[in-house]
Design a protein around this ligand. Structure first.
Ligand SMILES: NC(=O)c1ccc[n+]([C@@H]2O[C@H](COP(=O)([O-])OP(=O)(O)OC[C@H]3O[C@@H](n4cnc5c(N)ncnc54)[C@H](O)[C@@H]3O)[C@@H](O)[C@H]2O)c1
Length: 383
């Protein structure tokens, strides 16, 4: 991280763009982190922005331009829908603001590359969700792997599978359109977790299929409406990592069985079972050791060792907080635009592999990703 210029030691002033569902969790959490101050909320529909500002005690609200043009705002949170992420993040950078964006950073490589170039030229920071990777579950796993808890990591298994988001989402058609599907919607959590733990991906091979070419909304005002499925809804992915490891990943909205949050790393000395990368914390890590002698009865019953997660509980917004501290001269920015671009490159390559039916090489990499300090505390005043 190169941005170390100390501007002041006031809390970093944040403007939020997008006052939808996820803005509740963000603003609620950021209000509890003393190193930042949410100054303004903006939304296409300004009534909704005003309601969110009122609900969370945010002093100002308005339309999107009023946030971009607000001279007091230093860091913009882009909590809009994926299709407009790049457009809004670019406008924020051009107005001289640092940007934290919800995932994915964008939906095509070219526009995201340009976005990161603008940030570099202007010496501004870009950070991107998921920030769950900064949670105690993932940071404890990262430190344990570095300390050799399972020897040398060699492979990984990830899976999320369901009958599809129409079973809980009132307007699911956009989740089956280009730029969505299980790969672009939940894929960022699982791929970011793998990149944070194992490092950059070099190649992917994927087979994709869809159970049906159309699906139906099941609830809400659009109940019964049929819409087209534009993307694969079941993907079997193999990834190769720069460090020589491989990962097998299932990403599906086509299985009868619901099961999320499978992330396991196999090493030379054991298997680490982590948890759901959509969550900051879990039940604790489990380590399965290799047998050192022939198991009695050959029933292969294994009792895992446990590693407790280290750290206080926190949630979404913590990635923006680590950026804010970096803006004030600390060095905590970990969920960077560079990582998000690499994850987008992986997703685009996976999609291409399903079409071309062969390995696709990634065009990007990431620098080594540091772990957060074990005593990281978002509730402390540090700037
Ligand atoms: N809801 C969740 O549980 C959740 C969890 C994790 C991440 N996310 C991510 O957060 C982001 C927002 O999701 P959400 O669930 O809050 O969605 P939402 O539909 O509740 O809100 C979307 C926001 O985007 C704005 N918007 C829509 N189209 C726009 C346009 N063309 N121009 C400008 N603004 C526009 C809307 O006004 C609204 O404020 C997405 O990137 C999503 O992937 C959501």
């Amino acid at each position: 991280v190169s941005h170390t210029e100390v501007v002041s030691n006031d809390p970093v002033r944040i403007g939020v763009i997008g006052a939808g569902d996820i803005s509740n969790e963000y603003i609620g959490n950021l209000n509890r982190y003393p190193d930042v101050k949410v100054l303004a909320v903006g939304n296409r529909d300004t009534t909704r922005a005003a309601a969110q500002a009122e609900k969370y005690g945010v002093p100002e609200s308005g339309d999107i331009d009023s946030i971009v043009g607000n001279a007091d705002v230093e860091l913009i949170l882009n909590l809009t829908i994926p299709a407009v992420h790049v457009e809004i993040s670019t406008a924020a950078l051009e107005a001289g603001k640092h940007v934290w964006s919800e995932k994915p950073i964008g939906i095509d490589r070219a526009s995201v590359k340009q976005l990161l170039e603008i940030a570099d030229e202007r010496g501004l920071l870009v950070g991107v969700a998921p920030d769950t990777v900064l949670g105690p579950m993932w940071q404890t796993a990262k430190r344990a792997l570095a300390a050799g808890a399972i020897g040398t990591p060699q492979s990984a298994l990830t899976s999320f599978q369901s009958q599809g988001p129409e079973f809980f989402h009132p307007n699911p058609s956009f989740l089956y359109a280009r730029g969505a599907g299980p790969l672009f919607d939940l894929g960022p959590y699982y791929l970011s977790a793998l990149v944070h733990l194992l490092g950059p991906i070099t190649q992917v091979l994927a087979v994709g299929s869809r159970a049906s070419n159309t699906r139906k909304a099941l609830s809400g005002p659009h109940a019964g409406a049929e819409f087209p499925v534009e993307v694969p809804t079941h993907l079997s992915v193999v990834s190769r990592f720069e460090g020589g490891q491989s990962a097998s990943s299932l990403m599906s909205s086509d299985t009868a069985r619901w099961r999320h949050g499978i992330v396991e790393i196999n090493g030379t000395e054991g298997t680490m079972v982590i948890g759901n990368p959509d969550h900051f914390t879990g039940p604790g890590l489990q380590i399965y050791r290799r047998f050192i002698e022939r198991p009695e009865n050959m029933d292969f019953t294994q009792v895992p060792e446990r590693i407790e997660e280290v750290g206080v509980k926190y949630g979404r917004g913590v990635g923006a907080l680590t950026m804010a501290r970096t803006i004030r001269g600390q060095n905590q920015h970990i969920a960077t635009g560079e990582v998000a671009y690499h994850v987008l490159d992986a997703m685009a390559s996976i999609e291409e592999s399903t079409e071309r039916e062969r390995f696709v090489d990634l065009t990007s990499t990431v620098s080594p990703i540091p772990a957060l300090a074990a005593d990281f505390d978002p509730y402390a005043r540090t700037v």
